[in-house]
Design a protein around this ligand. Structure first.
Ligand code: ADP
Ligand code: MG
Length: 262
């Protein structure tokens, strides 16, 4: 048996943190994720970067994987348990899979403390002492302890995004999805958020799925890069395979487009 085959067996014996089988999504007649669907295994401590043109189905895939929207067909498993069954407790799914959006999705009428507190109370039903402890911990982690009583409107975009990340960290989610987390930020604020996301990987060993076109970030932390085009995964590989010498014409074309923009 070759070492490659042995590795394959080792891989297969580990249960993926998240597994997607044949997932498709239709909006009316439009196939946002096409048949036969997406297959994907995400293992603990992986950092998956998803790239692809606008409209290729990246956000739809993330949203189906945490059941923010319902897939049209296919299955999603978290730690080996199917979470696409109708009787699954969605709150538990939300607890395990955190999500950070391009537009931060903070409640503007609530303070930083209240934004982080809300899901800890409503979803996790934690007691006040535990909530206070977690809020202080995560705000220290994202370096925003002094903003605890500020409203989102009083913060920069980068600070707001760090609050959104803190809110997910406080839930102690096992897996975090980021959907273009820096696209709404000025370039000088993008760096502080990316640096913090790199710390999530190197210091805290989080498992992440990140939709982003920040290639240096992908090269630094991604274990695998997935390229989506027109509702399909067209290519997957290591950052080296995808960025340095892409073997796929559509991927090549896409990469030259984003290089032009930067
Ligand atoms: N709620 C919706 N209703 C109808 N069409 C949608 C909806 N959400 C997304 N789409 C369509 O599905 C396609 C994929 O969208 P999306 O996943 O947001 O792409 P990406 O994140 O890669 O830019 C797009 O053509 C988009 O217009
Ligand atoms: Mg999107």
């Amino acid at each position: 048996m070759t070492s490659e085959e042995l590795n394959q067996i080792a891989d297969d014996s580990e249960v993926p943190l998240l597994e997607v089988r044949n997932l498709t999504k239709k909006f009316k007649d439009f196939n946002a994720i096409k048949s036969p669907g997406v297959d994907l295994k995400i293992y603990s401590k992986e950092v998956i970067v998803i790239i692809g043109s606008s409209g290729s189905g990246k956000s739809t895939l993330l949203r189906c994987m945490n059941r923010l929207i319902e897939p049209t067909s296919g299955q999603v498993f978290f730690e080996g348990k199917e979470i696409t069954l109708p009787d699954v407790n969605i709150d538990l799914v939300r607890k395990d899979i955190g999500m950070v959006f391009q537009s931060f999705n903070l409640f503007l009428h609530l303070t930083v403390r209240e934004n982080i507190e809300l899901p800890l109370k409503k979803v996790l039903n934690l007691d006040d002492d535990e909530i206070d402890k977690r809020i202080n911990d995560v705000l220290n982690t994202v370096n925003l302890a002094d903003k605890i009583d500020s409203y989102p409107g009083e913060l920069s975009g980068g600070q707001q995004q760090r609050v959104a990340i803190a809110r997910v960290l406080a839930m102690r989610s096992k897996l975090i999805f980021f959907d273009e987390p820096t696209s709404a930020l000025d370039p000088e604020l993008t760096g502080e958020v990316l640096e913090f996301m790199i710390r999530l990987v190197t210091e805290f060993h989080y498992t992440l799925v990140v939709v982003t076109h920040e290639i240096p970030f992908a090269k630094e932390v991604a274990t695998r890069v997935i390229f989506m085009d027109e509702g399909e995964i067209i290519y997957r590989g290591t950052p080296d395979e995808v960025f340095d010498n892409p073997p796929n014409e559509r991927l090549k074309k896409f990469l030259s487009k984003i290089l032009e923009m930067n």
